[in-house]
Design a protein around this ligand. Structure first.
Ligand SMILES: *Cc1c(COP(=O)(O)O)cnc(C)c1O
Length: 367
C-alpha cells in the first residue's frame, strides 16, 4: 500500500475517514519509492499525471475520470531582458490557481478510498478547487467559510455545487468548526493544510520545472507562503527527485510573506518558534495566514535548501501587479506581492546570472 499517513512519532494511520482526527496533529505521508522513467513520461500527455510512478495511487486509472488536464503549465521568461527569470504560469490551471494540483490528487485519492462526502475550510482558491474536483468526482462537498467571505468567492464555490457553511468570527473559528464537524460527522477531511495528499499534488510543480529545464534544477525558486501548501509541495517534489537519483542538489527555496502578516518570516529571522501573528490587513490576502499550522515544517524545508524567507513591501504590490500586466501576465495581488518582494530583495537573494523560477499562482480574473 503506497499511501499511509504518519504522525510526528511515526505512528501509522490509514488514510480513510474513520481514522481521521485532525486534532491529534499534522500527518505526513509515509515515504514510498518513486521513479521517473523519462522515456515513458515523455510519451504521456502534458499534464501533471505524467509522473504517475511518483504519485500515491494503487491504480493510476483513478484520475482519468477526474482530470481536467491540469499541470504542465508554461515556464516562460519574465521578458526578453530577463532570460534567466522564469515564470511558472500556474494561474492557467482549470480553476485559476495552483491549488488544482493539490485538489486533483486529493479528490482522486478520496475517490479511490471510496469516500462519498468531503469537508474543507477555505474562503479562497483552495475551497474553489476542492469544490470543482469534488463535482467532477461525484463526491458531495461541504466548504466551511467565515461569514465575512465575499459574495464573489462564495458564488464560484457554490457554482460547483458545494454546500456552504458560513461560520461567524475569525478564519481560525471557521477552521475549528470544520475540525469539529470532521470528528462528529465522520466526513473525509479534504483540508489543503492537513491532508497530506494535497502536497502529493503540489509536488508535481517541482517535477514539471525540472523537466521543463531539461532535467535540471533552477538555482532558486521564489514562492508565496501562507500555509505553505505550494512551498512544502515543491520541497517534497525536489526531495523525491533527489531520492530517485535524478538530481544532486535542491534549488534554494525563497518564501515570500506579507509584511502585514508575517509569522513565518518573523520566526525565521529571529530564530524563534512560529507563533501566531496579527493580520494588519494586506492586498496579498492569499498569504495573510496568521497562524500557519505547518510553520515549523516550512522553516525546516527552507533551511534545508539554504533558502530564505522575505516579506513583500505592501506599497509595492499594486505597481508590481501593473508591471506584470504590462508584460502580459494578469495575476491577482498575492502573486504581484511575490514579484514585489523579488524586486526589493533580489540583490541580496540571487546572484546575477542564476536561473530563478518564480510562480504566478493565481489569476487576475478572480480579483
Ligand atoms: C493559496 C494561495 C497562496 C498561498 O499558498 P499557501 O499554501 O497558503 O502558502 C498564494 N497565492 C495564491 C493565488 C493562492 O491560491
Amino acid at each position: 500500500m503506497k499511501a499511509v499517513f504518519v504522525d510526528k512519532w511515526n505512528n501509522e494511520y490509514m488514510p480513510n475517514r474513520t481514522d481521521w482526527k485532525p486534532k491529534e496533529g499534522l500527518f505526513r505521508l509515509k515515504p514510498y519509492p518513486v521513479k521517473f522513467p523519462m522515456k515513458q513520461i515523455k510519451d504521456r500527455q502534458a499534464t501533471m499525471w505524467r509522473y504517475q510512478e511518483a504519485l500515491p495511487f494503487e491504480t493510476i486509472d483513478t484520475y482519468t475520470s477526474i482530470t481536467m488536464g491540469e499541470g504542465m503549465t508554461p515556464l516562460v521568461p519574465l521578458d526578453a531582458d530577463h532570460p534567466n527569470l522564469l515564470m511558472k504560469m500556474d494561474y492557467l490551471m482549470p480553476t485559476g490557481s495552483f491549488k488544482d494540483r493539490g485538489a486533483a490528487v486529493l479528490i482522486a485519492k478520496a475517490k479511490e478510498l471510496g469516500v462519498s462526502s468531503v469537508i474543507a475550510d477555505s474562503s479562497g482558491n483552495a475551497g474553489t478547487a476542492i469544490a470543482a474536483y469534488s463535482a467532477r468526482a461525484g463526491i458531495s462537498c461541504h466548504i466551511y467559510v467565515p461569514d465575512s467571505t465575499s459574495e464573489k468567492k462564495l458564488a464560484q464555490i457554490e457554482a460547483h455545487g458545494a454546500h456552504i457553511h458560513k461560520i461567524p468570527g475569525s478564519r481560525e473559528d471557521t477552521a475549528e468548526a470544520a475540525k469539529q464537524a470532521v470528528e462528529k460527522e465522520k466526513l473525509y477531511y479534504a483540508s489543503h493544510v492537513y491532508n497530506p495528499f494535497f502536497y502529493e499534488g503540489t509536488k508535481t510543480f517541482a517535477f514539471e520545472i525540472w523537466e521543463q529545464l531539461g532535467e535540471q534544477v533552477p538555482d532558486s525558486l521564489i514562492l508565496p507562503v501562507g500555509n505553505g501548501t505550494l512551498l512544502l509541495g515543491a520541497y517534497i517534489g525536489f526531495q523525491n527527485l533527489k531520492e530517485a537519483g535524478v538530481i544532486k542538489s535542491m534549488p534554494r527555496i525563497i518564501g515570500v510573506q506579507s509584511e502585514a502578516c508575517a509569522p513565518i518570516a518573523r520566526a525565521y529571522t529571529n530564530g524563534e518558534p512560529v507563533s501566531p501573528a496579527e493580520n494588519r490587513g494586506t492586498l496579498a490576502e492569499g498569504i495573510a495566514i496568521a497562524d500557519p499550522m505547518r510553520g515549523s515544517e516550512i522553516i525546516e524545508a527552507v533551511k534545508d535548501t539554504k533558502g530564505t524567507i522575505v516579506t513583500a513591501p505592501e506599497e509595492g504590490i499594486t505597481s508590481a501587479g501593473e508591471e506584470l500586466s504590462g508584460k502580459g501576465f494578469y495575476v491577482e495581488p498575492t502573486t504581484a506581492a511575490t514579484y514585489a518582494a523579488y524586486k526589493q530583495h533580489k540583490a541580496e537573494m540571487v546572484p546575477p546570472d542564476e536561473t530563478v523560477v518564480m510562480v504566478l499562482c493565481g489569476s487576475g480574473l478572480k480579483k
